[in-house]
Design a binder for this molecule. Structure first.
Ligand code: ADP
Ligand code: ASP
Ligand code: MG
Length: 815
């Protein structure tokens, strides 16, 4: 004999009920079966809602009732198009009884736990009837037995305790005589010793099945549900979670006790002593192997942690005070008080100083607990020996579970450091001496992030998910998205980096998808996106609260850079090609660096200098490894290079600058490039990264422009002055030519001082042959005193800038 239990979704629709019948039909060819069924999916909740509405004198309870009625009538008529009168009448009479009960609740304005149990019992009564009738109509040898006649409990309504002596006797007695192949039993419902309807607690149909399996000592208990087993974490919250093949009873109990809803926690107890295996299977995918739970040591292989689970709506209560130290009996009194109030304690921690005890309970019990404890310790509180109890809400427990964790060092260290890196604050920790369970209490808002972070650390083969949010999708941003699209597979396969673009925005619209935007259709999607604001973008990223979130600033906008601090404070990394923040006031630069360290949020801006060239990264590595920068000589402006590489005695300076602008090498206002400000910003950033405290005003800027160029009031005016001052530029060229030199705009940093300006570079110098828009940087350091370390290559352009941003994103992934 086998016992199979089918949950709410398995019997939630005509289609699924047909699947259930198919499974039962196959099985019953080999052996007789007991099939325990839940209420139709969602019905228990609807019954409770109707009851609550009726109790509150809200007439919409009638609408809720109608919906419940319709769901059942529809299912029955779809399953059995030609129903016989008797079954129609039975269903009508049950529904009528339900309506009368609800009317009664409405009338007296009261819903006691006793009536509530009676109310919810209709769910399983109706579903078991429909399934049994369908089976019979399909010609199967099936019979429905009301489990209320078998399972006897005390009168602890809504979560009654089983009287095993009476229950086992009833079950054995009934099945001794039963000779049908399939017996359908409603789960969850039972009867008290005094004959009232009771229930076994929410999710209790699993328990019904276990009670029956144990009473009959069957070979196997199967729990059929809507997922393919017990997963490494709740699959609704962790996409990468996967079914665990085998678990011990202890592990299954811990996982379910700490929130893995797929198995109701008391289910394990009845079958544990008898060693009856529990098999969790998927009704929608019967071929999937599912999870087997036994008392075997399932840890023969190297796996240590088996799964993570979470419980929401936790309140943490702390009793503290100097009067507690060294005085026995405080904990006893505290927990007695809670027991008297029937409050279940989920987690306890006590500091070894005994100065405080902290415990976690269901949030809905918090007020009751607070009152009871303050009354119980009234005397000590008035004498200031202890403080009034502290209550914190909106918390969750996240627990890592595995029998074998005790044999491995560093598991909790790995868990906590993974959480810490993602800035998830741990409010309390509990680890049993058995070390099967490490529990942490964290803010509710962080649960999804914490589960995914821990899951990635323990179960995902060292892979790392990066969640990217890009603002500014002009030329460079667009190339970046394109490069990400091309490299996605390679990153996943070769570097174990799972890179997803979650948000995109330009100045007008923004789009999001927390499972990753389509990189094929993003342009069309963005065109019809929601209205973009800088604050709105940040708010959404905060709300997603995803681990390893990276904000990529591909704008040149000051307002965007003004809110970097808000990102870093939320532990969101920043990758920017926008130079404004790093070349702003030193205080601001320094604050951002500090926030980046404090909140563990990388702040990378490699593309601020030399586009994709690894200049800042190299500089950082030199310094980190103990080298000291003595001097930096560099050509850092793609636009000025273009201008001076194309200007000679056959051209006009004005025309060359115009051409540079037309080809997109200069800022819209070419004065920013030609005045040297852009280069000054770059050398400033390098000087700061070398450890020098400096501001833009401290940089000496020997301009090669004329006074009238500098005094021009508009871009047009500036161009006019270039024409009138052509002789000045020709002089610069002639002098360089006479000296056999090339004109280059050079940035220098020597002994804590920086300057930028036009220079005549002699033949043989590394700068002499610099072509096109190339940049070059020479680092003279203690380790490279005579021959500098040189980095050279294209220092401007959309593709190389995008690849520099991409490299920064990957740097974060490799951290
Ligand atoms: P049923 O109605 O079949 O009893 P439940 O809804 O009670 O089903 O339990 C199945 C659900 O449990 C899954 O759909 C899933 O959302 C949730 N769940 C939570 N944690 C886990 C986990 N670790 N493994 C599998 N499912 C889990
Ligand atoms: N129908 C009950 C509930 O929803 C029992 C169960 O499904 O296991 O809690
Ligand atoms: Mg369930």
């Amino acid at each position: 004999m086998n016992v199979l239990k089918f949950g709410g979704t398995s019997v939630g629709s005509t289609e699924n009920i047909k699947k259930v019948i198919q499974i039962l039909d196959n099985y019953s060819k080999e052996d007789s079966l007991i099939c325990v069924v839940s209420a139709v999916g969602g019905i228990t909740d609807k019954l409770l809602k109707a009851g609550e509405l009726a109790q509150n004198k809200n007439e919409s309870y009638l609408a809720e009732y109608k919906l419940i009625k319709q769901i059942h009538l529809d299912i029955l008529s779809e399953l059995i198009p030609n129903q016989n009168e008797a079954s129609k009448e039975y269903l009508e009479s049950k529904l009528h009884a339900l309506k009368s009960l609800l009317d009664g609740i409405y009338l007296i304005n009261e819903l006691s736990p006793k009536t509530s149990d009676k109310l919810v019992s209709f769910g399983e009564q109706l579903s078991s009837f429909i399934i049994a009738e369908t089976m019979k109509s399909y010609g199967l040898n099936a019979v429905r037995k009301n489990s209320q006649e078998l399972i006897i409990t005390n009168s602890n309504f809504s979560k009654a305790e089983v009287n095993y002596t009476l229950t086992n006797h009833n079950i054995r007695d009934y099945f001794k005589k039963a000779n049908q192949r399939i017996t359908i039993l409603p789960g969850f419902i039972s009867t008290s010793e005094s004959g009232e309807v009771t229930t076994l607690g929410r999710g209790g149909s699993d328990f019904t099945a276990a009670i029956v399996a144990a009473a009959l000592q069957v070979n196997r208990l199967e729990i059929w549900t809507d997922v393919s087993g017990m997963y490494t974490a709740n699959p609704k919250l962790v996409k990468q979670a996967f079914p665990i093949e085998r678990l011990s009873y202890q592990e299954a109990m811990e996982l379910s006790h700490f929130g893995a809803k797929v198995l109701y926690p008391p289910t394990v107890q009845p079958v544990l002593d008898l060693g009856i295996p529990i098999h969790i299977k998927n009704t929608m995918q019967p071929e999937a192997s599912g999870t087997i739970i036994t008392n075997e040591n399932t840890n023969g292989n190297s796996t240590t942690a088996k799964g993570i689970s979470n419980i929401s709506d936790i309140a943490l209560l702390t009793l503290q005070g100097n009067g507690m130290v060294g005085i026995p009996g405080f904990s006893k009194r505290l927990f007695e008080t809670l027991a008297q109030e029937k409050i279940n304690v989920i987690l306890i921690t006590q500091a070894s100083s005994e100065h405080s005890i902290c415990f976690g309970i269901d949030e809905k019990d918090a007020e009751k607990a607070e009152k009871a404890i303050n009354v119980s310790f009234e005397n000590e509180i008035s004498l200031h020996k202890i403080d009034p109890i502290i209550v914190e809400k909106d918390l969750s427990i996240v627990a890592l579970i595995g029998d074998n964790m005790k044999n491995h060092q560093g598991i909790s260290g790995r868990m906590f450091s993974a959480l810490g890196k993602n800035n998830i604050n741990i409010r309390a920790i509990a680890q049993g001496a058995s070390e099967k369970n490490i529990s942490t209490v964290i803010a509710q808002k962080d649960v999804k992030k914490a589960l995914n972070t821990i899951h990635e650390r323990f179960f995902e083969d060292q892979s790392k998910q990066l969640n990217v949010f890009i603002t500014g999708v002009g030329n460079v941003g667009e190339r970046l998205v394109e490069q990400i699209k091309q490299q996605k597979k390679f990153l996943k396969d070769q570097l174990k980096i799972n890179l997803r673009v979650i948000g995109l925005s330009n100045s007008k619209t923004m789009i999001f998808n927390d499972s990753g935007l389509s990189l094929k259709t993003w342009k069309d999607d963005l065109a019809t996106g929601e209205k973009a604001t800088l604050e709105g973008f940040l708010e959404r990223i905060k709300k997603f609260n995803l681990r390893n979130s990276i904000f990529v600033d591909v704008t040149a906008n000051e307002q965007v850079s003004n809110i970097y601090a808000d990102y870093l404070k939320e532990n969101i990394a920043i990758v920017a090609c926008n130079k404004i923040a790093c070349s702003s006031d030193y205080e601001n630069y320094n604050k951002l660096k500090y926030l980046s360290r404090k909140y563990n949020a990388p702040f990378l801006f490699e593309t601020n200098v030399g586009a994709g060239l690894p200049i800042i990264d190299t500089l950082n590595n030199l310094i980190a490894s103990g080298d000291k920068i003595t001097s930096i000589q560099a050509v850092l402006s793609g636009s000025l290079n273009f201008v001076f590489n194309n200007f000679d005695d056959n051209t006009k300076f004005h025309d060359v600058v115009k051409q540079a602008q037309a080809e997109g090498y200069t800022e819209p206002d070419p004065r920013i490039d030609l005045s040297g400000v852009d280069v000054a910003r770059k050398i400033l950033i390098l000087a700061r990264e070398s450890g020098t405290q400096m501001n833009l005003e401290d940089i000496e800027n020997e301009s090669f422009l004329t006074t009238s160029n500098l005094k021009s009031t508009s871009v047009d005016d500036f161009y006019k002055t270039l024409i009138s001052d052509e002789a000045h530029f020709q002089n610069l060229y002639a002098s360089a030519k006479a000296n056999n030199c090339q004109l280059k705009y050079v940035a220098e940093f020597n002994n804590g001082k920086a300057k930028v300006g036009l220079k005549e570079i002699p033949q043989g110098h590394p700068f002499y042959n610099l072509k096109g828009k190339d940049n070059i940087v020479m680092f003279y350091t203690q380790r490279y005193p005579e021959q500098p370390m040189i980095i050279k290559g294209a220092g401007a352009g959309a593709d190389v800038t995008a690849s520099g941003l991409f490299a920064d994103i990957i740097r974060i992934g490799n951290k």
